[in-house]
Design a protein around this ligand. Structure first.
Ligand code: G1P
Length: 301
């Protein structure tokens, strides 16, 4: 059968952002800025760069500002145009290119990541889809030639029709916070894949099949939606995407893709600060100033 290319990406944004309080009391955590763009804009740009043309936000009440960010803002655009502020105007007008559409779906109850994904089933239909967790900021590493992992995963699907799950080795004491991949002990090279044999959500360190954590980028076959309909609550009493993928592995194959990038978890305070520094150091307008500030600080201690 011919392989359908991946064109849809689900970005679940219905979380309450409790780890980022008080900052996220009135502002969705996805809109907190990393340098001069909201976290979620970085993720949407990553999706578009990989050829995605349908962004599906799974959202909730109180988070309408996310949709506004990706919509036109007539009054602001008119003002900027009148004042001749062309650069800024472009930066707010061209976030979503004309060939890309942003769709939003509500998740009425916080029943877990698997449930959030299932809320998008009618929009996904029988197409393959990506899942991108917006807390995770993926920065291509200069040491790895700035290899773009998500594009790589999408290309692999488009060539092979194999689902791709991005993984990264984590320290043993962090294993219990993640979905963990069983690759039968295989060593996976950076930017390479190995077949998955099982997946387990947030295992105890002593029960974990490896230290390879699922880090928030997935390319999946449509069949996952069918499985999610019957997936029972798992770890934390939530319907887990990891459990549905483990079930899928009984009939289908999936690849673990070992990432080459550096990730920052912007869903916690320290990770968020680090992301700002790391991205600031690569920002064309901010890098020099930030670098000399950090050098100055480093001399004090
Ligand atoms: C979710 C997934 C988990 C994954 C993690 C990555 O967990 O359920 O499998 O490893 O994201 O950030 P959460 O962080 O929402 O508890």
């Amino acid at each position: 059968p011919t392989i359908q290319p991946v064109k849809k990406a689900i970005i679940p944004v219905a979380g309450l952002g409790t780890r980022m309080l008080p900052a996220t009391k009135a502002i969705p955590k996805e809109l907190l800025p990393v340098t001069d763009k909201p976290v979620i804009q970085h993720v949407v740009e990553e999706a578009i760069a990989a050829g995605i043309n349908e962004i599906i936000l799974v959202t909730r009440s109180g988070k309408e500002a996310i949709e506004n960010h990706f919509d036109a803002h007539f009054e602001l655009e008119t003002q900027l145009e009148r004042k001749g502020k062309d650069m800024v105007l472009t930066s707010i007008k061209d976030i979503i290119p004309p060939h890309v559409q942003v769709i939003s779906i509500r998740q009425p109850e916080a029943l877990g990541l698997g449930h959030a994904i299932l809320c998008a089933r009618r929009v996904v239909g029988d197409h393959p889809f990506a899942v991108m967790l917006p807390d995770v900021l993926v920065m291509p590493s200069p040491a790895q030639g700035r290899l773009n992992d998500f594009s790589n995963m999408v290309n692999r699907w488009n060539e092979t029709g194999q689902g791709q799950i991005m993984v990264e080795a984590v320290p043993d004491q962090e294993i219990h916070q993640y979905g963990i991949a069983d690759v039968g002990g295989a060593e996976i090279g950076i930017g390479k894949t190995a077949p998955l044999s099982a997946m387990v959500e947030k295992p105890k360190q002593e029960d974990a099949p490896s230290n390879l954590a699922v880090v928030g980028r997935y390319v999946l076959p449509a069949k996952v939606m069918q499985i999610l309909k019957d997936t029972q609550p798992g770890a934390g009493g939530e319907i887990q995407l990891t459990d549905a993928l483990d079930e899928l592995l009984k009939s289908d194959s999936l690849d673990a893709y070992r990432m080459a990038s550096i990730t920052h978890d912007c869903g916690n305070k320290l990770g968020y600060l680090k992301a700002n520094i790391a991205m600031g150091l690569e920002h064309p307008e901010l890098a020099d100033g930030l670098k000399s500030y950090i050098k100055g600080l480093a001399q004090i201690d």
